[in-house]
Design a protein around this ligand. Structure first.
Ligand SMILES: NC(=O)c1ccc[n+]([C@@H]2O[C@H](COP(=O)([O-])OP(=O)(O)OC[C@H]3O[C@@H](n4cnc5c(N)ncnc54)[C@H](O)[C@@H]3O)[C@@H](O)[C@H]2O)c1
Length: 354
């Protein structure tokens, strides 16, 4: 779709030349014909020099103020540390630019509402980069959920686990760090996107365990959606063992993901094939048995991630920012992610117990 769009090339400025800008945004901007890397902004002159050598941007600036004096980009990509997002998004809107912002959009629901207010006031476009919507894994899950073999889905459990004594800015509360903001903004968005239902109830615990900072590196949250699905999310950076990443359960079966083979193993039954069993009336279990003797006619199916394409996110950006199509990540969905994050903090009492 993106390559078919006959639209003007978007003059694009990237704010921040760190991990995500360097490894993803700038290479994508350069390789997509719909974008031109008009400017980069970073307070570190050595990073600007490095960017000039490697990517030949139109111009390099140490501040956004300097950039807006010289240049009016069509699109501003915000890839700076999270604490700067709100101010940089608002400034871009004030200068008549649209914004593609890395996750999380801001530090809080209040900041997010301020940003949405400004977006409406200035009539600008805004989309947040949520890469976990476009993975093969996400497409495979969508297919499993829509195929219906598992019956009525009641549980989606996702665990992200590793051992990482985090020591960068993301480890500190004062920077808007912590795994709820950092990884939660990925995986909460992914769960809400896959389940397509707003949340109705949240339980959450936050702990700072292995981190060298003061922000949480263990997040345990159970989000109940309006459609009744329980979304059980663990983000654990203090995990000595690997944890099974996905378990999806429905009334007729379940799917587990094998991270080695990248395959989903489904075990399910056809409801029509179950034997008819009458519930026991009496208060003495028959045959002193805990079981009713039935054999479930299990079926199995294997689904591989490799059978699903990855979606090109910058193609989606072009469709929205230049092609006039609806946003792939609507801002209302971003607000819902920020609402869940805010509720998680409230439910956890913001307590960080060691
Ligand atoms: N979507 C993803 O997969 C993903 C992955 C990593 C990070 N992120 C998000 O991207 C943002 C950046 O994270 P990172 O890991 O790339 O950070 P980083 O620490 O690697 O880099 C931050 C860069 O921003 C620069 N910077 C600092 N202050 C700035 C300012 N006021 N204006 C412009 N640049 C400034 C720094 O000099 C540095 O070059 C964060 O919000 C983070 O949550 C998203």
């Amino acid at each position: 779709m993106s390559s078919e769009i006959k639209a003007p090339v978007l003059k694009t400025a990237v704010l921040g030349l760190g991990r995500i800008a360097w490894s993803f945004h700038i290479p994508q901007i350069i390789c997509h014909p719909g974008f031109k890397l008009a400017a980069v902004v970073d307070p570190l002159p050595e990073r600007l020099r490095e960017a000039a050598d490697k990517f030949s941007p139109g111009a390099c600036f140490t501040t956004c103020d300097e950039m807006y004096i010289k240049l009016k980009p069509d699109l501003v990509v915000v890839a700076s540390p999270t604490a700067f997002h709100k101010q940089q998004v608002l400034q871009a809107f004030e200068h008549g630019c649209d914004v593609f912002c890395d996750k999380p959009l801001s530090l809080s629901l209040e900041e997010t509402d301020e940003i949405i207010g400004a977006m409406n006031k200035y009539g600008r476009k805004l989309m947040v980069y949520q890469p976990h919507r476009v993975t093969q894994e996400a497409s495979a899950i969508k297919s499993i959920l829509s195929e219906g073999l598992l019956g009525k889905i009641y549980l989606i459990r996702h665990s992200v686990a590793s051992f990482n004594r985090r020591s960068d800015w993301q480890a500190f509360k004062k920077n808007g760090g912590g795994m709820l903001n950092n990884s939660g903004s990925h995986f909460i968005d992914q769960l809400l996107y896959l389940n397509q239902s707003k949340f109705s109830k949240i339980n959450c615990e936050l702990r700072a365990v292995a981190t060298l900072g003061d922000a949480e590196d263990v997040v345990k949250t159970v989000i109940t959606a309006e459609n009744g699905v329980i979304m059980d999310l663990d983000i654990n950076m203090a995990a000595a063992h690997e944890v099974s990443p996905w378990y999806i359960a429905g009334s007729c079966g379940a799917a587990v993901f094998d991270p080695e083979s990248k395959e989903w193993n489904l075990r399910y039954f056809e409801p029509a094939e179950l034997a008819r069993i009458n519930p026991q009336e009496g208060l003495a279990a028959e045959n002193r048995s805990y079981f009713n003797g039935e054999t479930i006619p299990w079926k199995t199916k294997v689904i591989s991630n490799k059978d699903f394409p990855e979606i090109d996110f910058y193609g989606k950006c072009l469709e929205y920012f230049a092609g006039g199509l609806p946003p792939f990540v609507p801002v209302s969905e971003t607000r819902e992610v920020m609402r869940v994050i805010s509720e998680c903090r409230r439910a956890a009492g913001c307590g960080l117990l060691l």
